[in-house]
Design a protein around this ligand. Structure first.
Ligand code: IPM
Ligand code: MG
Length: 371
């Protein structure tokens, strides 16, 4: 019987291909041991799509992604594409998917797995048990707002510019997601902007405050400037529960939060749209926060865990498979507890393995957990 879970798989470039291959093995395990089947289609995105199809995202791949129940994404980019015109760069494929699918809510959970406490560059007492959620607005702000471009000035210079603009409704819809997330967590939201210098930040704070009064009085809300938030993340990260912020600040702060967990190779993400009125399911894309890592691509060195944790988020948010999502996360925890480490999370006394070895460790852990 064909599965009614339609997943569009887009491995992309660099280590994206390797970590996706690892993900496919976990999917196969679930099909075999849990009868959890997926109807998988695969497509090209980023540099791989440019090479084969002449653009970083073809209309057909976009249409297939929109039609799927969920998109599983690897990573895009590579130095060989550096000189391409802006619209042909691999990243444009990813940004077009986010925009065209209206995936405005980007969930980036930074959790420290107990066996990895020592891998963080911060002191153990600061990060052990850490569990924060960065909620990044993903369809607006300086990534997309007009006007933007590079233009010639009369004096022969050039001017490059971007616009950081947010409307009331764009801020409200992300604020609502933040309050909803906090309700299922510790009930606290920190809203982050630069209202001391930016008008978009002034409006951001105003709208979040009003929404809080109207719909979020059960949530403890505080406001923080983005520079202070970066500092607080490395000073006392456990003070946060949900951090809600704009597209650009969210990009920066989530990389920062990732390192608290030991490595960028550990951070998953879910990018969600509004729930479909009929099915209740949102348009959704799941991707590891790390990039294509061209320096280690093709060498069996990539850490597949952020990809596998993104897959667990897909099971949870798109398919309601809570038990299987927990199972994958527990298997990751167990694989780490077994002492196997890829290079990015290596510490003394552990065993260095490649992408395949780490995948094997997760599969073994799944076997043990299923017993
Ligand atoms: C991320 C990445 C992307 C971004 C790049 C690859 C376009 O850094 O998802 O955080 O800037 O959003
Ligand atoms: Mg980033």
């Amino acid at each position: 019987m064909a599965s009614n879970r339609k997943v569009m798989v887009l491995p992309g470039d660099g280590i994206g291909k390797e970590v996706m291959a690892s993900n496919m093995q976990i999917m196969d395990w679930l099909a075999k041991h849990r009868s959890l089947d997926f109807d998988v289609s695969e497509g090209l995105v980023g540099g791989a799509a440019y090479d084969a199809e002449g653009a970083p995202l073809s209309d057909e791949t976009l249409a297939d992604s929109i039609a799927a129940d969920a998109v599983l994404f690897g990573a895009v980019g590579g130095p060989q594409y550096d000189d391409l015109p802006f619209e042909m760069k691999p990243e444009r494929g990813l940004l077009a998917l986010r925009k065209e699918m209206d995936l405005f809510a980007n969930l980036r959970p930074a959790m420290v797995f107990a066996p990895l406490v020592a891998a963080s560059t911060l002191r153990s007492d600061l990060v052990s048990g850490l569990d924060i959620m960065i909620l990044r607005e993903l369809c607006g702000g300086s990534y997309f707002a007009e006007p933007r471009g590079i233009e010639e000035l009369p004096d022969g210079q050039k001017k490059g510019y971007d616009t950081n603009a947010y409307t009331t409704s764009e801020i409200e819809r992300i604020g609502r997601v933040a309050f909803d997330l906090a309700r299922k967590r510790a009930g606290r939201v920190t809203s982050v902007e630069k209202s001391n210098v930016m008008f978009s930040g002034v409006l951001w704070r105003e709208v979040i405050t009003a929404l809080h009064e109207k719909e979020g009085s059960d949530i403890a809300l505080n406001h923080m400037f983005a520079d202070n938030c970066a500092m607080q993340l490395v000073r006392q990260p456990k003070q946060f529960d949900v951090i809600v912020t704009d597209n650009l600040f969210g990009d920066l702060l989530s990389d920062c939060a990732a390192m608290l967990t030991g490595s960028l190779g550990m951070l998953p993400s879910a990018s969600l749209g509004a729930p479909d009125p009929e099915t209740g399911l949102p348009q959704a894309m799941y991707e590891p926060v790390h990039g294509s890592a061209p320096d280690i691509a093709g060498q069996n060195k990539a850490n597949p865990l952020a990809q596998l944790l993104s897959f667990a988020m897909m099971l949870r948010y798109s398919f309601g498979q809570m038990e299987e999502a927990d199972l994958v996360e527990q298997a990751v925890d167990r694989a780490l507890a077994s002492g196997k480490r890829t290079g990015d999370i290596m510490s003394e006394g552990c065993e260095l393995v490649g992408t395949d070895g780490m995948t094997r460790a997760v599969l073994d852990a799944l076997d043990e957990l299923a017993r």
